[in-house]
Structures are given as C-alpha cells and as structure tokens.
Design a protein around this ligand. Structure first.
Ligand code: GAL
Length: 381
C-alpha cells in the first residue's frame, strides 16, 4: 500500500502520540517535593487529594487547581488519575466539573477542596464528598458537597451541598452544654473564657439549627463498611466525626466531637493493628505547621494525642517536612503498610503545589514519618 504525504504525516503523528502514551513509566521512585509528571509529562494536578484502590488500579482524586495562565473558570473541578504502581499516573481528566449555570451552587468561581471518593458495595455507586465553598463568599459557607457516578473515573453528577447534622446534638455533648445560654459575642474572641466556652459547645449551639460547619474533610470507611465523614467544624476549632447512611449519600445524625477546641485541620484516618489513628495539622492556612497523631480503640471513642509523627530535624518537624496531610494511603495487598500523602502548598500558584509522599514507619507501635528525598515501595516491606 502506498501512502500519500498527508496520510504519512497522520500515521507518523499517531505513532508519536502512541509512543508518548506508552512511555508513561517515567517515574522510578517517589521524589517528594519535586515535579511529578503524569503520562503526558505534566505535573500532576490533584491537590488535597485521596487515593482509592478499585479493580486492580489506584485512583487519585484531587483539587484541579487552575494554572495561573488559565482564566476560564469553567475548567475547574476534581481531577482523576489512575495507576497500577503508585508512581506512574495516567490523567483521566476532570471527574467532577463546575456547572456553568448561575442557579447551581457548583457554578464557576466556587471552591472545591479535599475531594474523597468511596465505593459503595451495596449500591455499586462511587460517591464523592468534598469541601465546598460558594462563589464570592470566601470560606464562610463551610459546606460539604456530594456527587455520584456509576464509573469510577466519572463524570460525577453533583447532587447537593449541605451543612451536616442540622437539629441534632453530638452523641458526646453533655446536657449542661445544651442548656447553656452563653452566645458567640458574649466573650472576647481568643480569650481564655472564650476558649473554654468553645470547648463547651459555643459554636455547636450557634449552628444547631442550620447545621454544623464542615471545612477540611476526609471520609473513612471502616472494616464493617460503615463510612464516616470527618471534618473541621466549629470555626475549625473542633473536629466532628459523622456517620454516613448505608448508601453513603447522607448523614445518619450520629456524630461526635473530637479533641474539642484543639484546632485540627487536614484530618486523615487509618486503621492498623486494632487501633484507629488520625493524622492532622494545626490551622495556619497554606503555611505548614507541626502534624499531630491521635489514637483511639473505637472510631466513636476517646481520641488521645500521641504527639508529632515527624522524625526529622527540629525545623523539619515544625513544618511536617514542608507539608500538610491529606490522606494516609493503605498499599494494596500489603498488611499494615501505608503511605503518608501531604501537600506542599504554593499559594501564589496552587497548581504548582508539590506532593510529599513518605512511607509510614513504626516506632513502639506508633506511626512515624521520616524524610527520604528518593524512595520506592521496597522501603515498605
Ligand atoms: C488550609 C486548608 C486548605 C485550604 C487553605 C485555605 O488550612 O487545609 O485545604 O482550605 O487552608 O487557606
């Protein structure tokens, strides 16, 4: 068969595209803080993310941050990448996109942060939850959003956004806290009295009717299939753990306050050797601060701090190796093997923010994190 010059060019270009797609095994080790190229050679754009394993592959969902040069806000949403080795990721495109309709709460200009996807065995649906802030309202809405899909890579259909647990008290909220008449505004914000009042439920009472604030979040699916929405609430002062309904699409109304008044953000939960661990950060916006680990025998139990997990220099420990937690990833097929996933935010150009993935190691039964500039899964035996 003879090709004319046009056909030859088309064939050659197709060959080049196939070559570039198949040459995706370009990453041979984790290099925290460096550019992490996807299968197109572009830095992965999936910040504040989470990873789930499904049907032989890992899927990484995260915030698609608009590159500085990109002005079209309708290209914003949640990105998805897939991988079999956790090092080389194929860009699967935007799994959830903002909706170009001013009547939608998910319209361009809104904020979508820390998306997490879970699979529901009973319904066969993939459910995405995310921190949702409304256009032009900063971080004041403090909503959680839900989207759903039949296919893991999407497109996810946006269902709604809400504040959790309207009209219900936390399970661990004493009667006297419910009855207190102390209100936000009665005390000087930041004073010792105010701090005590916050611990004793000042904001829970304020938000009782409209629902509790939900900012930084994660979803944890327990061994029995029950899922929990874990989020910074009460002006980021206290974490709430809220049980989800069996279809993972709503709250049951059962929830607890965890570490009241301790200002935790960026929560991430994992279970190992009979204990639940939570790794979280303090509340300093995009700036990194010391990570904390808390432990509990039950998800709705007494959570206790066990300290900073970082084992670096004093300076490194103060900033969690320049990162903020987003997820603890269980490595498939290996027992008690986890990877710490953190974000090194670059607020001036969020799309360029880096990923700090490090092995979770153990010290006297407690998780610790050390810095490795270059490592691979052999470290995690
Ligand atoms: C951080 C939070 C991020 C983002 C940022 C905005 O504290 O963890 O997800 O919301 O604040 O300043």
């Amino acid at each position: 068969m003879k090709l004319n010059s046009k056909q030859a060019v088309v064939l050659f270009c197709t060959f080049l595209i196939c070559l570039s797609m198949n040459c995706q095994d370009i990453n041979h080790s984790f290099r925290p803080g460096q550019i992490w190229p996807d299968n197109y050679g572009k830095h992965i754009n999936a910040h504040g993310g989470g990873v789930i394993y499904y049907d032989g592959k890992y899927y990484w969902f995260g915030e698609y941050r608009l590159p500085r040069t990109e002005k079209d806000k309708s290209r914003y949403g949640v990105s998805c990448y897939s991988s079999t080795d956790l090092l080389n990721w194929k860009n699967e495109g935007l799994a959830l996109k903002v909706i170009s309709d001013t009547a939608s709460l998910l319209n361009p200009g809104c904020l979508i942060e820390r998306p997490k996807v879970i699979y529901n065995q009973k319904t066969g649906k993939f459910v995405m939850w995310f921190h949702h802030e409304l256009k032009g309202r900063g971080y004041s809405a403090a909503l959680t959003g839900i989207a759903i899909s039949d296919k893991i890579t999407g497109p996810y259909k946006y269902k709604r956004s809400l504040r959790p647990n309207a009209g219900v008290w936390p399970l661990n909220f004493p009667e006297e806290y419910k009855k207190s008449t102390l209100k936000d505004g009665d005390l000087k914000s930041g004073s010792e009295e105010w701090k005590l009042a916050v611990k004793e439920g000042l904001f829970v009472r304020r938000d009782f009717e409209g629902g509790q604030m939900a900012r930084d979040m994660t979803i944890f699916v327990d061994k029995d299939g029950k899922a929990y929405h874990v989020h910074s609430s009460e002006e980021n002062m206290t974490l709430h753990f809220s049980e989800l309904t069996d279809d993972y699409l709503d709250f049951t109304g059962r929830y607890i306050r965890v570490l009241p008044g301790e200002s935790n953000e960026a929560p991430t939960i994992f279970f190992s050797k009979g204990k639940y661990f939570m790794l979280s950060s303090g509340t300093t916006g995009w700036k990194p601060n010391p990570a904390r680990v808390a432990v509990s025998r039950k998800i709705f139990g007494e959570w206790k701090y066990i300290g900073n997990p970082c084992r670096g220099t004093e300076d490194e420990n103060m900033i969690t190796f320049g990162s903020q937690s987003t997820n603890i990833l269980p490595v498939h097929g290996k027992k008690n093997v986890f990877i710490y996933m953190g974000d090194r935010w670059i607020p001036e150009n969020l799309a360029d923010s880096r990923y700090i993935w490090l092995p979770v190691e153990w010290e006297n039964g407690n998780p610790v994190i050390k810095w490795y500039p270059n490592w691979n899964l052999n470290k995690l035996k």
